[in-house]
Design a protein around this ligand. Structure first.
Ligand code: AMP
Ligand code: MG
Length: 419
């Protein structure tokens, strides 16, 4: 009689040969070769792009001493503990400086952003001034130098404003514009090809026969990739056949820096992605002790990196955010890769077995006291994509955790900060 030995499976809490989440990240990091080509583009087109060359300031910012308030420009040395009377001798608007002289005992009416008259070093806001025809009386406590933005206090000429490897944000566009820089030098965009695998998949618009489902992963992936500022090559659905997969992987690897597939990486009879990766290239690893997302094939075909993501819709998103997105950022040449984690109270009980790292879907919210807390989205099945739609964070439960009681502090990764 043949003795039946159960095989390791994804139902096991931990499995021989599976890498930890950290080990998987390290393996991926070892294969990252950031893009080297670059081009110049108009400043606006630089939004979300990664800088190839650092940006230094060609000017000092602010370019000249100017007022931070609507009020009166004065000599700081005219200030005293008792009320001070000063004679107004002119007026300065933003863009229209006062070019005359100012003597001790005199002042200039000045608007926010206007250049300071050359002898003045202090601004008293208009709310602290009593006006009597062309004379003003200062009230209250004032300090020499107050309410003035001094030339070069934000940036000096030649100072590095952004290092190479920085990804340009909306605020950065404004800052670069304030320096009068019209063009930026950015890295070329990554090319990312992706396709779904599965004979059960139909594209939207086609009628569904029994046993068929609509392909949602390609839409999820499209959405996530769109936010990564990469060139997207959508290769559609590929059947669960070795030749079809061979052809698709070969074509994808010729066109793209990174190939992402979903489905077909498990141990089912029609799961050929790992086998094809092995045949055409090199499998680096294919199992991670995590949930969801345990089977994830990672390797190389030609010069392209391949991420064979699991088919379950939630697993696709979790593995993309945890492994693919940071890899794309690093491949794009981005050097600052910080995903902020927060420690908050979790009001839900969470069941978990020790062994695998879990990425539970959670909802961060402000309680009645205005404090940040988290709760789970409920049912955590890896096919329940709605759990990702209503979630705004992952609750990170490490390998050792064997469940938590309500009101336990947990580590949370907000979606808004995902890199
Ligand atoms: P697999 O990893 O191929 O065994 O797929 C795991 C589960 O995910 C199965 O229930 C599949 O039907 C489902 N699935 C795979 N690919 C997709 C897809 N592109 N869209 C929606 N569900 C999918
Ligand atoms: Mg499949």
């Amino acid at each position: 009689m043949v003795k039946f030995t159960p095989q390791a499976s994804c139902a096991d809490p931990q499995e021989i040969g599976a890498l930890s989440v950290d080990q998987a990240r390290q393996r991926i990091a070892q294969l990252i070769r950031p893009v080297t080509s670059w081009h110049k583009c108009a400043l606006r087109d630089g939004l979300d792009r990664v800088l190839h060359s650092e940006i230094t300031s060609p000017i000092q910012v602010p370019a000249y001493n100017n007022s931070a308030m609507d009020g009166y420009a004065i000599y700081g040395d005219d200030l005293s503990d008792s009320p001070v009377n000063l004679k107004q001798v002119g007026i300065a608007f933003a863009g229209h400086p006062y070019h005359g002289d100012v003597q001790r005992g005199e002042c200039v009416r000045i608007m926010t952003g206007a250049m300071m008259p050359k002898q003045c070093d202090t601004v008293v806001m208009q709310e602290h001034v009593e006006i009597n025809e062309s004379m003003i009386t200062l009230h209250g406590q004032h300090k020499k130098g107050q309410n003035v933005r001094f030339a070069g206090e934000d940036l000096t000429t030649g100072q590095t404003v952004f290092a190479q490897g920085h990804r340009i944000t909306a605020a950065d566009l404004g800052l670069i514009a304030s320096l009068g820089i019209a063009e930026v030098t950015v890295k070329r965009r990554l090319r990312v090809a992706f396709f779904s695998t599965g004979d059960e998949l139909r594209s939207i618009g086609e009628p569904l026969e029994p046993g068929q489902i609509y392909d949602s992963n390609r839409y999820t992936l499209y959405g996530m990739l769109k936010k990564c500022d990469v060139d997207i090559i959508d290769m559609g659905v590929v059947a669960d056949q070795k030749q079809a997969l061979r052809d698709a992987l070969t074509l994808a690897s010729e066109q793209a820096d990174v190939v992402i597939t979903s489905g077909g990486v498990s141990v089912g009879d029609a799961d050929y992605v790992k086998e094809m990766l092995d045949e055409l290239g090199h499998v680096n690893f294919w199992k991670i002790a995590m949930k969801p997302g345990r089977p994830l094939a990672f390797g190389q075909v030609n010069d392209a990196l391949l991420f064979g993501l699991p088919g379950n819709p939630v697993s696709v998103m979790v593995t993309f955010y945890q492994f693919v997105k940071p890899a794309l950022a690093a491949l794009s040449g981005q050097t600052e890769l910080i995903s902020h984690l927060v420690r908050v109270n979790c009001i839900s009980a969470i069941k978990k077995r020790a062994g695998r790292f879990e990425f539970q879907r959670g909802i961060l919210f402000n309680n009645d006291n205005g404090e940040l807390e988290v709760k789970t989205t409920g049912e955590q099945g890896s096919g329940i994509l709605r759990s990702m739609s209503i979630a705004n964070c992952f609750i990170l439960l490490d390998e050792d955790c064997d469940g938590i009681e309500p009101n336990t502090r947990v580590t949370v990764q907000p979606f808004s900060g995902l890199i």
